[in-house]
Design a protein around this ligand. Structure first.
Ligand SMILES: CC(=O)N[C@H]1[C@@H](OP(=O)(O)O)O[C@H](CO)[C@@H](O)[C@@H]1O
Ligand SMILES: [Mg+2]
Length: 553
């Protein structure tokens, strides 16, 4: 997948998709780095021969368990390539296709697709009898597993949007039945005329404003607009990157901007305060919800924005999904759920209030992994039901084959089992997916009859602050315990402990970024002022002990 995700338009990047639809195994990372750093064609050829081809079996049995690594004739393989909306995409795509062809392998361009769509397509190309949740229509099931064939993108919509519409229509039928029962005229009176269409309300909450980050999400969300209108949801796509006044990819818009700056994106100045809005990133694998506060204006306006803008980040999406899925599971006979392992995965950036909510209120097992979806995915993958989200909005819910089989066996007699199975189709089973996430959130809010405020009311976030600072060598900071403890430089953790100890409900950590040349500091506390001060003091400790660059924070 040719994309630099949520980063500025001038950045370029690539994400690799494994044959099972998963992410690049961690064992392959050093080899990929070596390949990326080659300075001549000869060096590329030798790294491909000596490192990539030689270590492929070992590398591919990394993060996702054993793959079939029996030798397959290269001519029988196809590499699917997708790209985002960057101006560099056509040239990089041509280079990628030429590179694949040079290896004697078929290459197929899937065009401009979202990263999660490409993961989905790769999965079903290799599992022709079923999608990640056994849901591909029979017509596509005939596709051979190898050779120059790409599954149609329609299979993505059939699976994900199809499951959403089934669940929504069922819900609306139930609502309609309930309304009819309530409105049933007393025996003998004249018949009521209110047996008309489903109870589709047209309240303002039915409009969802979507910030597409001027990225690939705009085109790929377009088919949802008519599909969702059919169940009473009006999607208004903004920052689509189209038209004369189109903004730049990820510039003052997109999920990363909204989550980090806590500001509405550009092109939202006319969106009413309190409206239901969400934002995806440039390759549509992250999703956050937000709601403009009165007086706040879009990121493009130069306004200082409003700190009271409502934000429903990845933690909040995770909690909503956890509440809903736990509810459905509790409707099933205990013996059916016996031995079913549930695992909620977070990183150190998850708000402490969300962790407490999962653990103490929902009573679900929680684990913390280092930052980066590859770690969260791996931890969630081991469970029957693995729920993971980063606070920045990347995450998904994985259903094991074992759980799906159990559910399928009783789906005929237990509506909750059938609904859980449909959820496993609605939720992208390969990676976090903003389109699938949007449908999940909208389904749950509508099924529960919840407003954004009720969703926000599940628990109250502790005030938090993130900072970053530069040091000469960020690798001099090493961490342990899922990056929550600094091991080096000597004395740093002791200093952080002493600072945190003075702050009620204080928690803080510092870690080197994996994607930027910076050290990130996170702090939370009982008040915003305390969280701000805590973050600053921890940043000062890092500056003093790791040799800060520039002015002291
Ligand atoms: C605090 C933060 O948002 N960190 C991000 C960021 O990683 P860093 O290692 O923090 O630079 O980029 C990663 C890749 O997109 C994402 O997985 C992660 O959550
Ligand atoms: Mg992304």
């Amino acid at each position: 997948m040719i994309t630099a995700s949520h980063n500025p338009i001038e950045d370029n990047g690539v994400k690799m998709v494994e044959p099972d639809g998963g992410m690049l195994p961690q064992a392959f990372e050093p080899i990929a780095t070596e390949l990326a750093n080659c300075s001549s064609d000869e060096e590329v050829a030798s790294v491909l021969r000596d490192r990539v081809m030689a270590s492929a079996p070992a590398a591919t049995s990394g993060a996702h368990g054993a793959h079939a690594t029996a030798p397959v004739a290269r001519g029988a393989l196809t590499v699917l390539v997708g790209h985002d909306t960057r101006p560099s995409a056509p040239a990089l795509m041509a280079a990628a296709l030429a590179g694949v062809h040079a290896m004697g392998v078929h290459a197929h361009s899937c065009g401009c697709v979202t990263t999660p769509q490409l993961h989905f397509l790769v999965y079903i190309a290799n599992h022709p009898t079923g999608s990640p949740a056994a849901a591909v229509p029979a017509a596509q099931a005939a596709a051979p597993a190898t050779g120059p064939v790409s599954p149609p993108l329609q299979s993505y919509y059939d699976t994900i949007v199809g499951a959403f519409l089934t669940l929504m229509e069922e819900h609306q039928q139930q609502q309609q039945q309930q309304q009819q029962q309530q409105q049933q005229p007393p025996a003998g009176s004249s018949s009521s005329s209110s047996t008309t269409t489903a109870a589709i309300s047209t309240s303002p909450a039915d409009t969802v404003y979507v910030d597409c980050a001027n990225g690939v999400g705009a085109a790929q969300l377009q088919p949802l607009v008519p599909a969702l209108a059919g169940v009473g949801i009006r999607l208004q796509l903004r920052n689509t990157g189209l038209g004369a006044a189109a903004g730049l990819l990820n510039c003052k818009c997109g999920a990363d901007f909204v989550q980090k700056e806590r500001l509405p994106p550009s092109d939202f100045a006319d969106v009413p305060a309190g409206a239901r809005c969400c934002s995806v990133d440039g390759d549509a694998d992250r999703l956050v919800y937000f709601s403009p506060a009165a007086g706040s204006s879009g990121g493009g306006s130069g306004s200082s924005g409003s700190s009271s803008m409502g934000l429903w980040d990845g933690d909040k999406v995770a909690m909503l999904a956890a509440v809903f899925i736990r509810d459905l599971m509790s409707q099933l006979p205990a013996e059916l759920m016996e031995g079913v392992q549930v695992c909620c995965v977070q990183t150190a950036y998850a708000n402490g209030a969300s962790t407490a909510y999962l653990r103490d209120v929902l009573q679900l097992p929680v684990v913390c992994t280092p930052t980066g979806v590859k770690y969260l995915h791996e931890a969630a993958h081991g469970a029957d039901l693995g729920l993971y989200f980063e606070s920045n909005g990347h995450g998904t819910v994985l259903f094991s084959a074992r759980l799906r089989e159990r559910l399928a066996a009783v789906a005929g007699s237990h509506p909750a089992a059938r609904q859980l199975l449909l959820l496993s189709r609605l939720i992208n089973q390969t990676v976090g997916d903003a389109i699938s996430g949007l449908l999940l959130v909208e389904l749950i809010l509508r099924r529960k009859g919840w407003s954004l405020a009720q969703w926000q009311g599940l628990y109250t976030d502790l005030p938090s602050r993130q900072l970053k600072l530069k040091v000469p060598d960020r690798t001099s900071i090493t961490t342990a315990d899922a990056e929550r403890v600094c091991v080096s430089p000597a004395g740093l953790q002791e200093a952080i402990d002493a600072i945190v100890a003075k702050v009620p409900q204080g928690r803080a950590f510092a870690r080197p970024s994996g994607t930027e040349d910076a050290v990130r500091v996170y702090a939370e506390a009982g008040s915003q002022e305390a969280a701000d001060a805590l973050a600053r003091e921890v940043a000062q400790a890092v500056y003093d002990l790791a040799g800060g660059v520039g002015p002291r924070p």
